[in-house]
Write a protein that binds this ligand. Structure first.
Ligand code: QV4
Ligand code: CA
Length: 492
């Protein structure tokens, strides 16, 4: 008995960080990219909890470099100066208030942990940082942590420039600078302890897990050494022994020595093939068609479902950064985007993350959006604008709020209702009309062909009358009128 029990316990421990810790019946999270803490707290209470969202991914909460040229790009938040909790999203008081209020309504908080590096090596010296902390990028001094030159990898990097030059060289990818960002030496106990101190501080406040930024740029064993020092979650909101949910940003589209499976031991990984392939299918590129989605998931070469964090787009590839390429669907492609997000939320594969964005003034030159750096909607003093809610429930101030679009919100609820039910009753017309069920709890049909879909289908549902929650809206026991699917109202 003793041995068997011990084995189960160990296995249990090893699986814990795959568990999102969401409340039962809440099966998705939303990335409220660049939102202010005060607005996230409000959204948890007024919208995310009532509509069954399990959690929210927040932008990096730690102090970052303030960049003047270009003016306050969104990516300045991926250039840490310290682990103090002040950014454009708010200060520590506002951060604590947000975590408490979201936790109190069962919408848990997942922090974007930028722990591979500090700011760019060319950032100079001074206190142009979101808390006003002094730093010197040239001498690699960050007194507000503190870090000094000893704590960085440069001596270990073998590339000519000190930056990553060749992604086929596994050591370069992990020991050299990602686009010149000062690369932390995570094999050092001192560096590890500064990072675990920061992450445990967030756990004590009530955070439920972490997105590990740039995970492929750290040795899996170093990441593991950090994670092993993390505390259990705060028992004010979570059961005893609950571990932080871990999902690692590992871009693996194949062809590199670094693969996502090298990181499975630490937690889930972001499956970037998912969004890239789904975009190609919905756009009908390269002869792809929805009929091929019959074996979607591991059948398409993706990581095992219980190790996958999936998404249609993310904050990088919706604007041409990172990976996924031109096939990635975003809110700019409203109709296909809703179809792709709907498919993701209906299909059982992976743990799902919905993107929530802001509009920026795209300006294409030679096919590249030269404004892809533009930061969140801001006031003249550089502060981030609030998120006003319009009478029709959409968001103002150029916040897109895809998570509030009727089709997407209703499919988040659909995923909750069918949770645990098998993928069943697949049908396709050999082209781009497909349908499938989730056991006896839900059924969905897609028509991405240019002709009407006119077919009788085996749904697996008990006999009865059901509400089409893509085109209509279930309110109590009534189903609001069916609107013609061609009436594209992207922000609804
Ligand atoms: C530039 C040149 C360098 C040069 C340097 C010198 O590219 O070669 O040495 O100037 O001045 C910004 C600028 C970038 C600049 C860099 C350093 O865009 O041009 O280097 O700062 O000054 C985000 C943005 C990056 C941004 C970075 C830091 O995407 O453009 O760089 O923040 O501000 C890979 C990784 C993957 C990564 C993805 C984008 O495997 O992990 O690239 N994704 C994550 C985050 C992403 C973030 C980072 C990693 C870095 O999702 O948002 O990068 O934390 O695929
Ligand atoms: Ca590194």
């Amino acid at each position: 008995m003793g041995v068997r029990f011990l084995l189960l316990f160990i296995v249990g421990l090893c699986r814990a960080q795959y568990d999102p810790n969401t409340r039962p019946g809440r099966t998705s999270i939303v990335h409220l990219f660049e939102w202010r803490w005060a607005d996230i707290a409000l959204e948890c209470e007024r919208y995310l909890a009532p509509n069954g969202f399990g959690g929210v991914q927040i932008s990096p909460p730690n102090e970052n470099l303030v960049i003047g040229d270009p003016s306050r790009p969104w990516w300045e938040r991926y250039q840490p100066v310290s682990y103090k909790l002040c950014t454009r999203s708010g200060n520590e008081t506002e951060f604590r208030d947000m975590v408490t209020r979201c936790n109190n309504v069962g919408v848990y908080v997942y922090a974007d942990a930028v722990i591979n590096h500090m700011c760019g090596g060319n950032a100079g010296a001074g206190n142009h940082s979101t808390c006003g902390s002094f730093f010197n990028a040239k001498t690699k001094e960050f007194p507000a942590v503190p870090y000094s030159a000893w704590d960085f990898n440069d001596a270990k990097c073998k590339s000519r420039s000190g930056d990553i030059e060749d992604y086929r060289d596994l050591s370069q990818v992990r020991n050299c600078r990602l686009v010149n960002l000062l690369d932390l030496a995570l094999e050092k106990n001192y560096v590890r302890s500064r990072i675990t101190e920061y992450m445990n501080y967030l756990i004590d406040i009530g955070v439920a897990g972490f997105r590990i930024d740039a995970a492929k740029h750290m040795w899996p064993g170093d990441v593991k050494a950090v994670l092993e020092e993390l505390k259990d979650l705060n028992r004010k909101w979570f059961p005893a022994g609950a571990k932080p949910f871990i999902y690692q940003e590992v871009i693996d589209l194949g062809g590199e020595p670094i693969t996502d499976s090298q990181y499975f031991g630490n937690g889930r990984v972001t499956e970037f093939k998912y969004g890239a392939k789904l975009g190609t299918v919905m756009r009908k590129w390269n002869g792809e068609k929805m009929a091929y989605l019959k074996n979607w998931g591991e059948g398409w070469g993706f990581v095992p479902s219980d190790t996958a964090l999936v998404f249609v787009d993310n904050h990088d590839n919706q604007r041409g950064h990172g990976a996924g390429g031109a096939s990635i669907l975003t809110f700019w492609d409203a109709r296909l985007y809703k179809m792709a997000v709907g498919f993701m939320l209906a299909h059982p594969y992976g743990f799902t993350r919905v993107m929530s964005s802001y509009r920026w003034p795209r300006y294409f030159q030679n096919g590249v959006d030269i404004n892809n750096w533009v930061g969140p909607p801001s006031n003249s003093d550089g502060s981030t604008k609030s998120v006003p809610i319009n009478p029709d429930t959409t968001c103002g101030n150029d916040w897109v709020c895809e998570h509030r679009w009727r089709q997407i919100r209703n499919m988040v609820i659909f995923r909750n209702v069918v949770d645990g039910q098998p993928f069943s009753n697949w049908w396709d017309n050999g082209s781009n009309q497909v349908a499938f069920g989730r056991g006896n709890r839900g059924f969905i049909a897609f028509n991405n062909d240019d002709w009407y879909m006119n077919v009788n289908l085996q749904t697996g549902l008990p006999a009865g009358t059901y509400c089409d929650v893509i085109s209509g809206q279930k309110e109590g026991n009534t189903c609001l009128p069916y609107t013609h699917p061609w009436l594209e109202d992207p922000s609804s």
